[in-house]
Design a protein. Structure first.
Length: 210
């Protein structure tokens, strides 16, 4: 009997691999991105959701000959993520939706980017790397010390934070296996706040309004 594998559209922030941008095509207000396909031995299919640098995008086409696949990014997604800065050959973090029987090794990541942030400093801490980010959105009620956050799709733990600035430590394995080793000061990254924190914050705001 053929084994049926069910993938969800939920992620954990544990990056499987990276890929490179093969081609960029503007289609009216949308952007079609063609990526090199790193999943040749792990079959992917049309409409399957994959998290690209923290953004949940569905596969629209697979080209077996070119060994590529394409996604279409809407105008709304372009406005609230870093995809407008993408260039051909840029490297992107990838994570397929988790299988329903798997462990959650990171934290719950939806692939719905809340805002972007700028890298304002990178410190080499004798093997690990401390990244400092400045968010476009206030962090007061959304980010907590030792809480989870997804940056370019990577599940990280916040070390310190204030109204707009926070930092997180990147371990050597994560640094090498993701696009973090290519990042530099001034780069723009995608930020997804912890979904649990967002729901709690909304509940508190609604309670205050009563």
């Amino acid at each position: 009997m053929k084994k049926i594998i069910n993938y969800s559209s939920m992620f954990t922030g544990i990056i499987e691999c990276t890929t490179k941008v093969y081609q960029l095509n503007r289609e009216k207000n949308n952007l079609r991105i063609i990526f090199s396909n790193p999943f040749l031995k792990k079959k992917i299919k049309i409409n399957q959701s994959i998290c690209h640098d923290g953004i949940c995008l569905s596969i629209m086409n697979i080209n077996e000959n070119q060994k590529t696949y394409s996604v279409i990014v809407s105008e709304e997604t372009l406005l609230c993520t870093n995809l407008n800065f993408l260039k051909i050959k840029d490297e992107v973090n990838l994570e397929r939706g988790i299988m329903l029987h798997e462990r959650l090794n990171g934290h719950i990541v939806q692939g719905h980017v809340d805002t972007t942030a700028k890298i304002i400093n990178i410190e080499n801490r004798n093997g690990s790397y401390l990244f400092f980010f400045k968010s476009k959105k206030k962090l007061d009620s959304l980010v907590v010390k030792k809480g989870s956050i997804a940056i370019n799709g990577v599940s990280l733990t916040v070390i310190t934070c204030n109204q707009y600035i926070f930092n997180a430590s990147i371990l050597p394995y994560t640094y090498k296996k993701t696009n973090y080793h290519l990042m530099k000061i001034g780069d723009i990254v995608n930020v997804e706040f912890d979904i649990l924190g967002k729901y709690i914050n909304k509940f508190i705001q609604q309670y205050k309004m009563k």
